[in-house]
Design a protein around this ligand. Structure first.
Ligand SMILES: *Cc1c(COP(=O)(O)O)cnc(C)c1O
Length: 480
């Protein structure tokens, strides 16, 4: 097939033979500087991929000679190398209104936890070394004392996350035997964590009692057999059964379990070490109350309301926690030194409860005064309006956010933010998709939510508004 002579006459279309060789490209001064900085492997690999792409385009007459100018090639190669080195995990601005957002990394670490990571992780530490005796130590010792002090437990151990804490507790205490749970509490947390499946993985037989909406003390008592290993309660953290309901509290259940010589285990999910109602937030059950009510084992998460790193915390009686700790599966589920260091620093903050709303970022966001959020929304109205004009209009409006991560799904957090609406009703859906995509493409991606045919930016979690302001010119450019 004849090549279109016309472009060749104009001298603008490049043929494959016009491409430089890889060696020649690598010798160009700017590219050589790139090799000096990053080494041969990465730069040569990207240079080869760049040339292959250009050759493919030259073969279909879709490449101009201008694009083969040294400065153009340098620039293209630099972009490719920078893109390869950009991490996949990125910081984002969470303007979804959900404070503890599982998809956006849950709790934010406190400064002291970050400092602890920085100061400890580049060198050796006493992770499993007892500085007093010079002998082997146990990594649980790093946080056990603190957890016992904060919850009143006799003993504590920690694992990778709360799902692991639940799995391990059931396996260690109930493997090969029966575990009694109310039908109303057979939760699915998301990400394939479903209580009946966890039971099966742990090797225990689930014995469901009661009904979806009502379970009574006699249901548990009547299900106890010589095969029973434990009674279990699960906090229904991501839904609520309403209407004609009945559930048996831990305080009622503990005597029933203990009369039969069985332990009572409760999975709190989020669990809060402080009473959130003191800040006007909905009350979450606390591990210390559950222990006081007679539970033998309580499990909860490190990165939900606790405000720390991913972790599964297990507190309870010396005997039960001892059995859990000694169970071989513990070794596979143990915490790594990184989150463990962050967890210790986070727990230490609880020794100064009066300072918690300043020291724990997640709690600081949850307790941000509404008036402050509203004021921030008013201040951002004009600059954001200017950035999204003329396609969109912006309004300040009241919004309802949520705590997130399965905490109290029906309790909403009054908040405020900006609602951005397409001016033209035609192609509204596409316009909104374009706007949210432009926001997600910013250097610090902005994640909002679409509601009522508008894009909502809930400002509760916008601690530092400069992070949004400085990006507005880029947003404007992207929408042109
Ligand atoms: C969140 C949750 C879990 C899982 O905790 P992770 O720390 O995410 O592993 C287990 N049970 C309940 C009730 C939960 O809410």
């Amino acid at each position: 097939m004849a090549a279109p002579r016309e472009s060749v006459v104009h001298g603008s279309t490049a043929a494959p033979k016009d491409l430089p060789s890889i060696d020649k490209l690598l010798r160009q001064p700017a590219v050589a500087a790139l090799v000096d900085e990053h080494g041969h492997t990465l730069v040569a690999g990207e240079a080869r991929a760049l040339l292959e792409g250009l050759r493919a385009r030259a073969l279909v007459q879709d490449l101009t000679l201008d694009e083969l100018m040294p400065a153009e090639l340098d620039f293209a190669l630099q972009q490719r190398v920078a893109a390869r080195l950009q991490s996949r995990m990125r910081a984002v601005l969470n303007l979804t209104g959900t404070v503890i957002h599982t998809n956006l990394g849950r709790a934010l670490l406190a400064d002291s936890a970050l400092q602890q990571l920085l100061s400890l992780m580049s060198g050796p530490n006493n992770l499993e070394y007892d500085l007093a005796s010079g002998g082997r130590g146990d990594r649980d010792d790093i946080v056990e004392g603190l957890l016992c002090e904060l919850t009143g437990a006799e003993a504590a151990t920690v694992v990778n996350n709360n799902a692991a804490a639940v799995l391990l507790s059931i396996a260690a205490l109930g493997r090969g035997r029966e575990v009694i749970v109310s039908r109303g509490e057979l939760v699915e947390i998301g990400g394939a964590f479903r209580m009946p499946d966890v039971m099966a993985s742990a090797g225990a037989t689930l014995v469901e009692v009661g009904t979806t909406n009502r379970t009574h003390a006699r249901d548990y008592a009547g299900a106890i057999t010589p095969q029973t290993a434990m009674l279990m309660k699960v906090h229904t953290s991501n839904y609520q059964v309403q209407g004609f309901t009945a559930a048996v509290s831990e305080a009622e259940l503990a005597p029933i379990a203990h009369a039969a010589g069985l332990p009572l285990v409760t999975d709190l999910g989020s669990g809060a070490l402080v009473d959130l109602s003191q800040w006007g937030l909905p009350r979450e059950p606390m591990p210390q109350e559950m222990l006081a009510a007679g539970c033998d084992v309580v499990t909860f998460s490190g990165d939900k309301l606790l405000g720390g790193p991913q972790a599964g915390l297990i507190v309870g009686s010396r005997e039960m926690v001892g059995r859990i700790r000694k169970f071989p599966m513990k070794r596979a589920l143990r915490m790594s030194k990184l989150p463990l260091a962050a967890l210790e620093a986070t727990l230490r903050l609880y020794l100064r409860p009066e300072r918690l709303t300043q020291d724990l970022p997640t709690l600081r966001l949850l307790t941000r005064p509404l008036a402050e959020i509203e004021q921030q929304a008013q201040g951002l109205l004009a600059p954001v309006s200017a950035a999204v004009a003329p396609l969109f209009s912006v309004q300040v409006r009241a919004m309802l956010g949520q705590i997130g991560s399965g905490s109290l799904p029906i309790e909403r957090l009054p908040s405020a933010g900006l609602a951005i609406a397409p001016i033209s009703a035609k192609g509204q859906g596409r316009a909104l998709e374009r706007l949210s995509s432009a926001l997600r493409s910013l250097p610090l991606p902005v994640i909002g939510r679409i509601a009522e045919d508008q894009l909502w930016l809930d400002l509760r979690c916008l601690d530092d508004e400069a992070l949004l302001r400085v990006q507005l010119p880029l947003l404007q450019e992207a929408l042109q």
